[in-house]
Design a protein around this ligand. Sequence first.
Ligand code: SF4
Length: 399
Amino acid sequence: MRQARDEAPRAIYAVAMDAASLYIHIPFCVRKCEYCDFYSGVAGEEEIDQYLDALEVECALRFRQPFSPRTIFMGGGTPTRLSATQLLRLGDILRKRIDLSQCLEFTSEINPGTLTPEKADALMRMGVDRASFGVQSFQTKFLQGLGRAYEAGTATRAVQMARDAGIARISMDLMFALPNQTIDDLRDDLQRALSHDTEHLSLYALTFEDDTPLTRQLQSGEVQPCDEELEREMFELVGSTCSEAGLQRYEVSNFARPGAECRHNVVYWTGGDWHGIGAGAHAMIDGEISQNGADFKAYTKALLQERRLPTTRQEKLSPQARAESLLLMGLRLTQGVELARFERFAGASFDSICGETAKRLTALGLLELTPTHVRATAEGLLLLDNLIVELADAMEATV
Ligand code: SF4
C-alpha cells in the first residue's frame, strides 16, 4: 500500500533527509523545439524498445536489492513520446526492482501534444500520481514561435485526459518574456493555466541558449528579445497573479498551493540524494555525483552489448563544493538554506565562512538570516545570480 501523502507541509522539506529519490530520463521527442538545448532526439519504435531493454539492464545492475525511493520523477525529452504499450512495459521493468510502497510522489512530465487517453491510463497504472505538463503557452502564435508540436486547446484536452485517468495532481510549465509577448498575453496565459485548477505552476523566462534555432533567429534580427523592464514587470505579475489565486512562490520559478510543492525537486534544492537512470541521467549519493553518457545509442550499447553501467562521470565533491552547491540550489527556495545542513556539508558554520559577506548583503536588503536559515529577500531573488557569486567568492576566500 502506498504511503498517505497528507504529511504536514513543512515535512515536505524534510523529504531529502529520509531516503534517496529516483530520476528516470526518457530522451526522445517528437521533434526538436526551437529553443531547446537539452539532450533529446527523435527515434523510431525499435530504438525506443531497445532503450527500454537497456533501462531494464541498468535497473538490474544498479539496484541489486529492491530500491524504495521517496519520490520519482520521469522527465525528458518527452516521456509521453513512448506509446501506451511502451509505458506499460516501463512500468513492469520498474516494478521488478523498485518498491513504490514508500514513494510519496511519482511525477511524469507530459508534452500535451503527445498524450492520449490510453497513455494517461498507462501512466496511472505505472503509479504516476502527478502530471507536469510542458504547456509553455496557451496561444498558438507563441507555440509556433517556440516550435512546440501542438496548438492552443491541446493542453486543455490533455489535462482532462490525465484527470479522467485518475491522475489528480496537475502542474504546468509556462514561459514568459517571449518575443513579441505583451503583459496582457502573459496575463491571459496565467488565467488560462489557473482556470484548470492546477495546484502547481512553474514559470520560466525564455533564455536564448547557444546554438539553437531561436538564438540564430535572434542573431539574424528575425526575433527581438523581451525588454528587460518588461521582463521584470512580467516576473512581478507572475508572483501577484499566483498569490491572488492561492499559489505561493516557494522557489524562484515555482508556485504551489500549500502542501502541493514538488517534493522531488525539493530534494534537489535541499541537497538530498537521488539515483538517476537513463541516458544522460545524473545521480547524487552522499556527495558523490555520477552521470550516464547522454547519447542514447551509446547508452544502449554499453548496457545491452557490454553489460556495464554507462557511467561517464564520477566525482566525490569536496565539503566546500557540496556546501556551495547547497547554497546555489537552496537559495532558490523562499525558505532558504538550512544552516545546520550547510554546516554538516561544509564542516564549519555558515557564519564562520560567509559571515562578513552575509552581513553586507543583509544590510543591502538582499539576504535574511534567521536562527535556522539563510534566505534571499524578495529583492534578493531578483538578483539571485549575483548573491550566489558573492557567497561563493566568500567561501573560496575562506578555504
Ligand atoms: S519537448 Fe522538451 S526536451 Fe523535447 S525538444 Fe521540446 S523543449 Fe526540448
